[in-house]
Design a binder for this molecule. Structure first.
Ligand SMILES: *[C@@H]1O[C@H](CO)[C@@H](O)[C@H](O)[C@H]1NC(C)=O
Ligand SMILES: *[C@@H]1O[C@H](CO)[C@@H](O)[C@H](O)[C@H]1NC(C)=O
Ligand SMILES: *[C@@H]1O[C@H](CO)[C@@H](O)[C@H](O)[C@H]1NC(C)=O
Ligand SMILES: *[C@@H]1O[C@H](CO)[C@@H](O)[C@H](O)[C@H]1NC(C)=O
Ligand SMILES: *[C@@H]1O[C@H](CO)[C@@H](O)[C@H](O)[C@H]1NC(C)=O
Ligand SMILES: *[C@@H]1O[C@H](CO)[C@@H](O)[C@H](O)[C@H]1NC(C)=O
Length: 295
């Protein structure tokens, strides 16, 4: 009996694992908590940072495919000269706020993680998501918890260059998307091939619309996943119910046999036989033992 039960329980466990993996595969990660983690790691990893030097951050192995760089700048130099990294081109005369002596910029290339962290309904991403976040930087810590906004009142916008763009239909011109902090999407046309303009920090990518028929196919795939989920859930529910019933019936039988055995100890006996491991009474007849009387 014990062996059998363990099998059932492990089967149940496997089904639950399978279910949670199904749910997890459609989950999107939160980039804000990732950035909190990155800030902590940057502050821990980089001691005696040099101003104006770009540092590559080595990420834990479970983030392979993502690239992160940071740089610390004097805000006066940032305002005077701007700053270029491989993707973001910040021109002069951009004002970081609040006003501080130093700032730190976090550059992220989400690579093959892009679709895990970001999603544009009805569109396909044809480039990785690039992140560009500014923080205040003080005495000892490379990055403070305080984020900075960029204000451009005069001069040119910030340019984002997408070098590696996935193949797409010729007549589908990619569109720039900004993922704003409030969770909204802002769409804009490219200003030059694979170049987007922006007036602030944030997360950016290029998308093309999903063709209608492909959209329908995806919907039906999603529908199938939910259908399978429902089926598996129902099945697990049924198994749990059956297990419960079997346990209940077994418990009831046990107490009945115990009761009968107790009765037999009290002088009433009956014949029993065994099926498997279950003791059953053969006949309901109850014989009363003759009572021997002492002289
Ligand atoms: C930092 O990473 C970039 C892109 O992965 C690479 O081109 C560059 O050589 C790296 N720099 C250093 C100092 O490791
Ligand atoms: C990577 O591992 C760390 C712990 O080492 C964990 O906090 C984090 O959530 C993991 N991230 C992913 C994307 O699995
Ligand atoms: C991204 O690609 C790397 C190999 O280049 C791989 O190790 C990693 O698991 C991939 N990440 C995701 C989320 O697919
Ligand atoms: C950034 O690149 C532009 C051209 O792409 C150049 O004109 C500008 O001087 C560069 N700025 C810095 C700070 O290197
Ligand atoms: C996506 O497209 C479908 C039909 O083309 C439409 O019903 C749906 O509202 C769209 N979703 C979003 C988020 O725009
Ligand atoms: C983008 O360009 C198309 C024409 O190519 C135009 O119809 C559309 O309004 C533009 N969108 C924006 C946000 O400027």
């Amino acid at each position: 009996m014990g062996h059998h039960k363990w099998l059932q329980i492990s089967w149940l466990f496997v089904s639950i694992m399978f279910l949670s993996s199904l749910v997890q595969s459609s989950q999107t990660y939160d980039h804000e908590s990732l950035e909190d983690l990155l800030c902590k790691q940057v502050n821990k990893d980089i001691v005696n940072p040099k101003t104006g030097v770009f540092y590559n951050i080595s990420l834990p192995s479970n983030y392979t495919g993502m690239e992160v760089r940071v740089v610390r700048l004097r805000t006066s130099s940032f305002y005077k000269r701007g700053v270029n990294s491989s993707f973001f081109n910040v021109p002069p005369h951009v004002v970081p706020q609040p006003i501080r002596k130093r700032m730190a910029i976090l550059y992220e290339n989400f690579g093959n993680w892009s679709s895990h962290y970001f999603n544009v309904p009805n569109y396909t991403m044809v480039a990785p998501v690039f992140g560009f976040v500014a923080y205040t930087s003080s005495g000892n810590s490379f990055m403070d918890n305080e984020k900075m906004n960029l204000v451009i009142t005069q001069g040119n916008p910030i340019l984002i260059h997408f070098h590696h763009v996935r193949l797409h239909e010729k007549n589908d011109t990619p569109i720039c998307v900004k993922f704003s902090d409030s969770g909204n999407l802002e769409f804009n046309n490219m200003t030059k091939p694979y170049v987007c303009e922006t007036y602030g920090t944030g997360h950016y990518t290029l998308v093309v619309p999903i063709p209608k028929e492909l959209y329908n196919k995806r919907q039906s795939k999603r529908f199938t996943i939910w259908w399978i989920l429902g089926f598996v859930l129902g099945f697990v529910g049924l198994v749990v119910l059956i297990l419960l019933l079997v346990t209940l019936v077994k418990a009831a039988k046990k107490t009945r046999i115990k009761k009968l055995e107790r009765n037999s100890e009290n002088g009433e006996s009956f014949d029993t036989f065994w099926i498997g491991e279950t003791k059953l009474p053969l006949a309901p007849t109850i014989r009363t033992q003759p009572v021997l009387e002492n002289d």
